[in-house]
Design a binder for this molecule. Sequence first.
Ligand code: AMP
Length: 583
Amino acid sequence: MLEKKQGGNFSGENVIAEFDRLTRDAANVQRETLRRILAENGAAEYLQGLGLAGRTDPGSFRACVPLATHADFEPYINRIVDGDATPVLTGKPVTSISLSSGTTQGKRKYLLFNDELVKSTMQIYRTSYAFRNREFPVENGKALQFIYSSRQFTTKGGLTATTATTNVYRSEAFKATMRDVQSQCCSPDEVIFGADFAQSLYCHLLCGLLRAGEVQMVSATFAHSVVLAFQTFERVWEELCADIRRGELSPIRVTSPAVRQAVSALLAGPNPELADAVARKCAGLSNWYGVIPALWPNAKYVYGIMTGSMEHYVKKLRHYAGGLPLIAAEYGASEGWIGANVEPAVPPECATFTVLPDIGYFEFIPLRRSSPDDACCCHGEAEPVGLTDVAVGEHYEVVMTTFAGLYRYRLGDVVQVAGFHNATPKLKFVCRRNLMLSINIDKNSEQDLQLAVDTAAAKFLAVEKLEVVDYTSHADMSSDPAHYVIFFELNAAATDVAADVLQGCCDELDRSFADPGRSGAISPLELRVLQRGTFQKVLRHYLAMGSPVSQFKSPRCVARSNAGVLQILAGNTAKVFFSAAYD
Ligand code: AMP
């Protein structure tokens, strides 16, 4: 997606001033937000049954309403999906359904979507943009955004269902905000939205090259999409140059007639000078280092979610971005938004998210760690505390009450309080709570896994100029005792890598996990090296399930229930190693 930047009605100072006001008065704003949520939805059947009797204060709310998970809301949501138009979870009738990514379990969750979620999305976008623009101002120009919407379908009850991002992209409020913040979209976007992913990506890249001098920023919802875009660019750049030279779109790469028509209009005839310039720049790069600033010399930064499961891609992104700043995007979920990154100059690895106190009512379940090194293996739970009562340095599970029918909903994310911005906390995303490799009493989080992979890669792969392109894990309960399986896709064929290098990685991974010295309850770790392109197959599998590429997160831990992904991994295993670390 190529968008014009600037030129609208956007006033960053006003947005920052309002954010300042809200965050200074966070405790009162939270009370007022809860009052509004309960007043608007007091008629909902779910709340009616809990004895609130019209009370909207936090004390009564916590006393009457239980903590809940998606499973608790599912029967209510299913009734709405099937056409129950009575106030089940919200006061106003629901018009759309959102689907979460369903990365781990292979099952997508249904959630309610309404105008309030659109409004809070715009508020988050405007807030992040205001802070970003203060630090890294963009001039008149365009944004090269690798964003994709997914297909919609109609539920049995006649509601449209799609991803939360697609619901947002299709809303009038989104288009108006883009006009204010970034002026209008370039003409082919609407058409590109409907095309298949590979064609869309090819066209995004082509449009970006055609308007190279105007591009002020490069972004995607998730860092993975930017990395994927430039991995694809490495393969197709010569075809892109050929298309620009001829002034004609490749009939093999782009087949959709509507997309061909829209993008051909932008090509507007042969342009051998531009094709030569792009080819010269590409040929001058060493291993594609700094390709983004080389092709888009006026880009000010690269922007997208780079935290949590996206952290793995930051290294590759930095390679493509050369010296351009990488800015971590905001924190939220299909369920609702949580916080904005208001310190854009902080490197993504240290990014925090400042909670907006008026977009939902937030509580935090304190989590006790067994040791200070234990990132998110948290035991024992205490009573949830309010937004302004959290303590710096402590870990919590996020609980949210939203304008879209979720009450005291356990999101399942673990965050750490990094500090405060005025009276509202700055959160560091730590991990998904249920994303744990666990066999015995050991519990390894997403973050533990990433650390283990990084350590093994640094010790054994870096010297051989090898990289882990992507990875995932699985707790194999079928062996006795059970064992961990780690899957690596490398930037080289498994057959071209010396066995002792991979055996070293396998042993190192095993040593990194809990269960020191092996208690006997877990058998040796298994490393499976996958054929190249396996994670592209995993991506296609999710796309076939209806997930859009912009919401895709490589599953870092594949549950037993996720048979589709396990089958792909099994069918593409090139080499298998078992740890000898404790032999
Ligand atoms: P989805 O199911 O697609 O709505 O994904 C929502 C989940 O993505 C959140 O609950 C987080 O676990 C993760 N997520 C979203 N934003 C961020 C972020 N900025 N950093 C880390 N993880 C995030």
